[in-house]
Design a protein around this ligand. Structure first.
Ligand code: ARG
Length: 592
């Protein structure tokens, strides 16, 4: 289906042509002075030089050709040469009727369907999920859904951190706590037990304890380093413990991501990239990309135009150990070999910006990726508390994601029960749904790269630019539609075959105009990888709807065709909002 600006632009282009000018000049934009008109065309300004004429004169000639055109209610040529356009009710309702019959709600599919890997989540095995990981999960999931809506093939990969020192720390700690476990008996060559020697809550205590100890106890730290190395070199018992850590952790992580409605197509881990490292090192040496620098193997990635120093990308330390970026490069090799993506997007803390610059440059320079594969680093800012410092628990500890979610759930439940009496269980489910919107919308409505303040009171409010406000608006529409369906006997789908009439008044027209802006908002969000554009749009739509709702008698409207038109427009509004929040990664309850 055609985009609204193209549709309007066609009429204006036609008029430019009839007046003897290039039709290209007829491009139309949304008005930057909504108090004066709805759309504008600046083509006469651009044409003035070319045709040696005053812009106002050109604009006037074009306006004359648009006189009587049924697409517009008014066309005005104004100084110094703009065309101010106001749409006719017929054109708008025609567009809306087409939009409601389109399963894609007027959003065109991407011309080229790409295969896109989104690297997000990035949790570290055995370390509890904390709020720092929230942003990656929430933003990555939304980006994935937006791109998927555009018709791309999207593959989300959680890229678990399971290969670093934290594994050695846990093994060393476990060994000192339970030295008799069979995993630590070097002469043992039988099968290892299937059951893990710890539960998730034990595991979660082992890591912080080990981490604390390693900072005070030199000998323990050395042990942990050695355990890490032995694990990486295939020590059988350590491998078995590592596998248990992984299994126990992943089960718990899945639960956490589930509660956020975040899911991954791939559960790849840093360890999965390790088998690619020897080949990678070999290749980099053979092709002459890598050289030795004080015993370490490095690839230079500095470029002449750099304004700040970009250090070389280190592939192997002087002791032969690989690093975080060796793993990332090997992961690129693995991804190219297995999926050959057109684009890889990394949704990671923006403090890793320089790091990814090095990795991307190295991957390009050494031709691990070809020119047709795009690499994007989408760095996000820090989530702070109301004091402007990184978000903490009330007593100043590191905030666990689970805690945060349950705090918001409780707060939402309190608010819902305060509003009206409902069944406790039902209220609990509703609270969960609304709480998720509070958390996700609170995050996504900010430009990802900026730090933001997680303000529980603000985010859980039913008023203002919040998730609960959007959901509240949707529930309001649902309840009107429900009452209409009871009254008319029509089903949900049948509502969409009702006809939208030309707007009866200004606030209905504003709602209609806002609906037409859905496709441009989605295209922009997809093009800029910017979920906050979706938030901005649905907030505007919710406001327009609420304004209309307060000004209009909907169900008590006497003229049946008018009432049906309102209902059709409401149903379309609801579908657009549903589609929008789905791209943000949450959903609306039936009642609240
Ligand atoms: N596990 C990492 C961390 O917690 C994030 C991983 C990001 N992705 C990547 N390909 N390096 O910092």
């Amino acid at each position: 289906m055609e985009q609204i600006l193209d549709l309007i632009g066609n009429y204006v282009s036609e008029a430019f042509e009839m007046a003897g000018y290039d039709r290209e000049l007829g491009r139309v934009t949304v008005s930057n002075r909504p108090d004066l008109c709805e759309y504008q065309c600046n083509g006469a300004m651009a044409g003035a030089k070319r045709y040696h004429k005053a812009p106002l004169q050109i604009a006037q000639e074009v306006a004359e050709h648009l006189e009587g055109c049924d697409a517009f209610d008014s066309v005005e040529a104004v100084k110094p040469g703009f065309l101010n356009l106001t749409l006719s009710g017929e054109l708008l309702s025609g567009f809306l009727n087409e939009m409601k019959d389109d399963t894609r709600l007027g959003v065109p599919e991407a011309e080229v369907r790409k295969k896109i890997i989104i690297d997000y989540g990035g949790a570290n095995v055995a370390k509890p999920l904390h709020v720092g990981h929230l942003r990656s999960a929430v933003i990555g999931e939304s980006i994935k859904r937006i791109l998927r809506y555009m018709g791309h093939e999207t593959i989300g990969d959680v890229h678990l951190g399971d290969w670093g020192l934290q594994m050695g720390l846990i093994i060393a700690q476990l060994r000192s706590q339970k030295p008799d476990l069979v995993y630590f008996d070097e002469s043992y060559d039988g099968e290892y037990p299937e059951e893990a020697p710890f539960t998730i809550s034990e595991l979660e205590q082992i890591y912080p304890e080990a981490s604390r100890r390693s900072k005070e106890d030199e000998a323990f730290r050395a042990e942990a380093l050695k355990a890490t190395e032995q694990l990486q070199h295939g020590n059988r018992g350590y491998r078995a413990v590592w596998q248990h850590i992984l299994d126990v952790s992943v089960e718990d992580l899945k639960k956490n991501y589930d509660s956020l409605d975040v899911s991954f197509e791939l559960w790849k881990k840093e360890s999965d990239a390790q088998p690619y490292i020897p080949g990678l090192v070999e290749y980099l040496k053979k092709e002459g990309y890598a050289h030795l620098d004080q015993g370490a193997l490095v690839v230079d990635v500095a470029e002449e135009s750099d304004t700040k120093k970009i250090p070389p990308c280190m592939i192997l330390k002087s002791d032969g150990a690989s690093l975080y970026n060796t793993t990332d490069l090997a992961t690129i090799v693995m991804r190219m070999e297995n999926w050959n993506p057109d684009h890889i997007i990394y949704v990671v803390d923006k403090r890793q910006d320089l790091y990814f610059t090095q990795v991307f440059r190295c991957a390009r320079k050494t031709k691990l990726v070809g020119d047709s594969t795009e690499l994007t680093f989408l760095g996000f800012g820090t989530m702070n508390g109301r004091d402007g410092k990184p978000f903490k628990t009330r007593d100043g500890g590191v905030m666990r994601l689970e805690m945060l979610i349950s705090d918001i759930n409780e707060e939402m439940l309190r608010k819902i029960l305060e509003n009206h009496e409902t069944d406790q269980n039902e209220a609990r489910d509703t609270a969960k749904t609304v709480a998720l919107s509070a958390i996700k919308y609170g995050d996504l409505s900010n430009q990802a790269s900026k730090d933001y303040i997680f303000d529980t009171d603000k985010f859980t409010s039913f008023e203002g630019n919040t998730g609960p406000y959007i959901l509240y608006t949707m529930v309001r529409i649902k309840s009107i539609l429900r009452r209409f369906m009871e009254e008319s006997g029509l089903g949900r789908d049948e509502l969409d075959s009702l006809v939208i009439l030309p707007a009866a008044d200004e606030c209905e027209k504003s709602l209609g105009l806002t609906l037409t802006a859905f496709a441009p908002a989605v295209l922009q969000a997809a093009g800029e990888l910017a979920p906050h554009k979706i938030c901005g749009y649905i907030y505007e739509l919710a406001n327009q709807f609420n304004h209309f709702y307060h000004e209009t008698k909907i169900l008590t409207q006497e003229k049946e065709a008018q009432k049906e038109s309102y209902i059709a427009q409401l149903s379309l509004t609801l579908r657009v909002l549903e589609c929008g929040i789905d791209m943000l990664g949450f959903s609306a309850p039936e009642k609240m």
